[in-house]
Design a protein around this ligand. Structure first.
Ligand code: NDP
Length: 433
């Protein structure tokens, strides 16, 4: 805390991991000797830079850019870029730290990193977004590369932004390489990448729920957010027979007792970039409520928080539990506050932490890197089958690690331990670097 003042989200993410690693260090004193703990919480490199650009009125704007290259023990740095006004170093470091363990859990050779900017894409024209992305990449390009650091999307960074970033990277470096993932399908993107995080979340939860003799079929599902993760989590849940009754944005949430119509959501959010409120103009039977936190008061069997960090607090957790919710699966990164997590673990409901359950996005990003290196592409079905297999493996590895280290049923501990072991072993083998 003294070394990283004010970085509250980073402290929260580190504490949650360290709280579960004591039995690992007891079993492996060699990791203590190799200083793994002190080294793993310190990023290998942190970059902060000026991003100047000119808005449509001809006025100069200045944002701050970040890239935290956290850990490269098991592969090149990999992790998304977030464009949101709340972004500062503490947010990027929490996301980068989580990414180390998540990437390790995928079983693929990718290290941990994260980046972004306090730029707010909301209300900006395409031309402004393009100029911003070009300026951002004009600094970032010298620090990244297909074998060094491969960024992707996150909040506020989707296909449009990745396209502009890729175009500028190629122009400056004269290299056509897989330096970003989440690219468009005409220039090296992977099929299933758009769906990957949401589908992966539901594959993971399906496995966890089946282990307790339950099913998505016929279940009522509450989802927060209406971005990339939320939309495809809803789609896969519906395909498995669930009824998804809510979606939200930072202004409020919609409740549709008949089940959310995803075609409408995709049109409003992916094409027209409108607010979620517009849904009730098209489906008047649905209700819109101001304030996104209210989404957790809607009774459900399964809750999938897919918007942002700390969106589900202790009070919301109590309400969910009182309403009979038996499973919570995180699509977002760290959406549940520590109080909410404690409640879920104490009540022994099925609780999947984001670093395990939302790893499908980065897993397919790593598959995009493989396809780019091979100059080849797999079909949707091939990538989807690999994604499903990866998510089932993550669930199995996390639940086995939990059992082995005395945390049976606790997927938070299981995911932290399973993710940590591979990275620690690689760091030890590579010496004090
Ligand atoms: P998008 O930008 O596509 O969507 C984000 C959604 O969350 C929007 O509905 C947005 O509403 C809402 N939201 C964002 N910030 C807030 C806030 N402060 N309060 C309330 N609602 C908010 O992002 P993604 O779907 O890509 O990401 C969602 C979460 O999933 C993030 O935590 C991200 O880190 C995580 N994640 C994403 C992956 C991916 O592949 N995309 C992979 C793994 C994790 P509004 O439009 O009003 O801002």
């Amino acid at each position: 805390v003294k070394r990283n003042p004010g970085e509250v989200e980073f402290h929260q993410a580190v504490k949650e991991v360290l709280d579960t690693l004591a039995p690992v260090f007891e079993k492996h004193p060699e990791y203590v000797e190799a200083g793994i703990l002190d080294r793993i919480v310190e990023p290998e490199r942190q970059l902060m830079f000026r991003v100047p650009w000119v808005d449509d009125q001809g006025k100069v704007q200045v944002n701050r850019g970040f890239r935290v290259q956290f850990n490269s023990a098991i592969g090149p740095y990999k992790g998304g870029l977030r464009f949101h006004p709340s972004v500062y170093l503490g947010i990027i470091k929490f996301l980068g730290f989580e990414q180390i363990f998540k990437n390790s859990l995928t079983g693929l050779p990718i290290g941990g990193g994260k980046g972004g900017s306090d730029f707010d894409p909301k209300g900006k024209s395409d031309a402004e977004v393009m100029r911003f992305c070009q300026s951002f990449m004009t600094e970032l390009y010298r620090h990244i590369g297909a074998d060094a650091d491969v960024p992707a999307g996150d909040i506020g960074v989707g296909g449009r932004e990745v396209g502009y970033l890729f175009g500028q990277y190629k122009r400056i470096t004269n290299l056509y390489e897989g330096v970003l993932t989440g690219k468009g399908l005409t220039f090296g993107g992977s099929l299933t990448r758009t769906e990957a995080t949401g589908y992966g979340l539901v594959y993971f939860m399906d496995e966890a729920i089946k282990a307790q003799g339950k099913s998505f079929n016929g279940a009522t599902v509450v989802i927060s957010g209406s971005g990339n993760v939320a939309i495809y989590a809803a789609e896969k849940a519906q395909q498995l027979g669930a009824k998804v009754v809510t979606m939200s944005d930072s202004n409020g949430y919609i409740y549709d007792a008949d089940g959310i119509k995803l075609d409408t959501i995709k049109q409003l959010k992916e094409v027209e970039r409108k607010r979620i409120k517009a849904y009730v103009e098209i489906h008047p039977n649905a209700k819109y409520h101001e304030g996104c936190a209210g989404v957790w008061t809607v009774p459900c069997d399964i809750a999938l928080p897919c918007a942002t960090q700390n969106e589900l607090d202790g009070k919301a957790a109590e309400t969910l539990l009182a309403n009979g919710c038996f499973a919570v699966g995180e699509g977002a990164n760290m959406p549940s506050t520590p109080e909410a997590v404690d409640l879920f673990l104490n009540k022994k409901i099925i609780y999947a932490p984001g670093k395990a359950s939302n790893a499908g996005g980065v897993a397919v990003s790593a598959l995009e890197m493989s396809q780019n290196s091979m100059r080849y592409s797999w079909t949707f079905e091939e990538v989807d089958a690999k994604l499903k297999n990866i998510m089932v493996n993550i669930y199995n590895n996390a639940s086995h690690a939990a059992k082995e280290y005395g945390f049976e049923g606790n997927l938070v501990a299981g995911a932290n331990i399973a993710g940590f072991l591979k990275v620690a072993e690689a760091m030890k083998a590579q010496g004090i670097v």
